[in-house]
Design a protein around this ligand. Structure first.
Ligand SMILES: C[S@@+](CC[C@H](N)C(=O)[O-])C[C@H]1O[C@@H](n2cnc3c(N)ncnc32)[C@H](O)[C@@H]1O
Length: 398
């Protein structure tokens, strides 16, 4: 599970200078009732478009979204309104548009989100932004927000109120839950069914999975699903990269190391794939020496930056155009607009490295979404639909 592009949740400084506070309040008022011209004048005179009122946590963008006028939204975004500012209920202005069924205005906000995220990455790559930009993740040293902390943390296994097993980290955050089972099945199905090696009579695929998880729902743990694919033979090669010592111990107990054609690489994927010598070792162990026919990525407590680094490695480890890549798509999944922006940004970054992506929309019933969260600290899923990505190296003609 990767951490999302975070919502931007600026503190409304109580000690805001009184002239700035008056300008902010005037802009909020204008976003509710006044014309585009008045709004533009206020912005031009320096009214802070990032301000959120203390009652609802609404920004001028939330109020303008209620008026269903795309021009107002464009003007406010241009004047510094924050596309992903969330109110006291965690909703962005995009959700206001969704609640009104206003596709046009929603797209204005979504497109600004994609634009500003892409810009942020370009500036970051050029060393011009040091990680304090608007859309960056807030500092988070809990085990769910920091991979090093997570890998050092103690995990515990328990039975949820829905009767399904789940694993929590030391801070009580969900790592992998039983309700993800059908999604894991779908990931495996979509990554394998079209591959020539996975057909009846085929040689069996070469698989790479990053993050074993906890094998809690044994039959639906992704590596077990890969071992028994829906169509053809078992894999002829299967590498699992896993970094958490307790998970590795669990894998030993479960006999995963002895599964046919399985190779467990202990450590972080970054160690095995980002270092050139280690990458050579990883590839040399595959049947063709050229990599994998299916690559799946599902770690924990890693940000989008890490996923993006992983995208960059994919052209080196996907074996040909039949090979498919997928990842657990929890990016920004607590909020519909942020989820959409995250998917778009991921798609553009995958395109940058030559991958073309298909999204498969999968419905998650309400019953599964609500029940499981009782007693679990950090919600990482709150949407009706899951967007399952399947990416392949695009052929040169595409
Ligand atoms: C959410 S679980 C994976 C669940 C799995 N897809 C399944 O079907 O059960 C995430 C796994 O990634 C592992 N992990 C986290 N960070 C990692 C890293 N940097 N490199 C390798 N594994 C990592 C965790 O220890 C955990 O076992």
């Amino acid at each position: 599970m990767t951490s999302p592009i975070q919502s931007s949740d600026r503190d409304n400084e109580e000690d805001l200078p009184s002239d700035l506070l008056s300008a902010a309040e005037a802009l909020i008022h204008a976003a509710k009732y006044e014309s585009l011209t008045v709004i533009q004048q206020l912005l031009a005179s320096g009214a802070p478009a990032w301000y959120q009122d203390p009652d609802l946590g609404w920004s001028c963008l939330h109020y303008a979204a209620e008026r269903r006028d795309p021009e107002l939204l464009r003007a406010l975004l241009k004047g510094g309104a924050v596309w992903n500012a969330v109110d006291l209920w965690g909703q962005t202005a995009g959700e206001v548009c969704i609640s009104l069924g206003d596709q046009e205005c929603w797209e204005v906000i979504r497109n600004e989100g994609v634009r500003s995220e892409m810009l942020h990455h370009i500036l970051k790559d050029a060393g011009q932004e040091n990680g304090t930009g608007l859309t960056l993740r807030e500092r988070d040293d809990t085990s769910a927000g920091n991979n090093d902390e997570f890998l050092k943390s103690e995990l515990r296994w328990e039975l949820g109120e829905d009767g399904k097993e789940r694993v929590l980290d030391a801070d009580g955050n969900g790592v992998m839950m039983g309700w993800e089972e059908p999604l894991m099945q779908e990931h495996v199905r979509l990554m394998t069914v079209h591959h020539p090696d996975a057909q009846i009579g085929g040689e069996g695929m070469s698989i790479l999975n990053i993050g074993y998880g906890l094998g809690i729902v044994i039959d639906n743990q992704i590596d077990r699903l890969f071992q028994d694919p829906p169509t053809g033979p078992a894999p002829r090669h299967h590498t699992i990269i896993e970094a958490h010592p307790q998970v590795l111990a669990h894998m030993r107990e479960q006999g995963v190391y002895q599964w046919p054609n399985v190779r467990v690489l202990e450590g972080r994927w970054q160690d095995w794939l980002l270092d050139l010598e280690k990458l050579g070792e990883t590839l040399a162990g595959t049947p063709s020496g050229m990599g994998f026919g299916a690559v799946f990525m599902d770690t924990f407590a890693e940000g989008y930056e890490e996923l993006k680094k992983f995208f960059d490695v994919l052209p080196d480890i996907l074996d040909g155009e039949d090979a498919r890549f997928s990842f657990w798509n929890g990016l920004g999944a607590t909020n519909a607009t942020i989820y959409s922006v995250s998917c778009n940004v991921a798609e553009l970054h995958m395109e940058d490295v030559g991958l073309s992506v298909e999204w498969h929309d999968i419905f998650i019933p309400e019953s599964q979404r609500e029940e499981v969260w009782r007693g679990v600290k950090r919600k990482y899923w709150d949407l009706p639909g899951y967007r399952l990505p399947i990416a392949q190296m695009a052929s040169p003609s595409q």
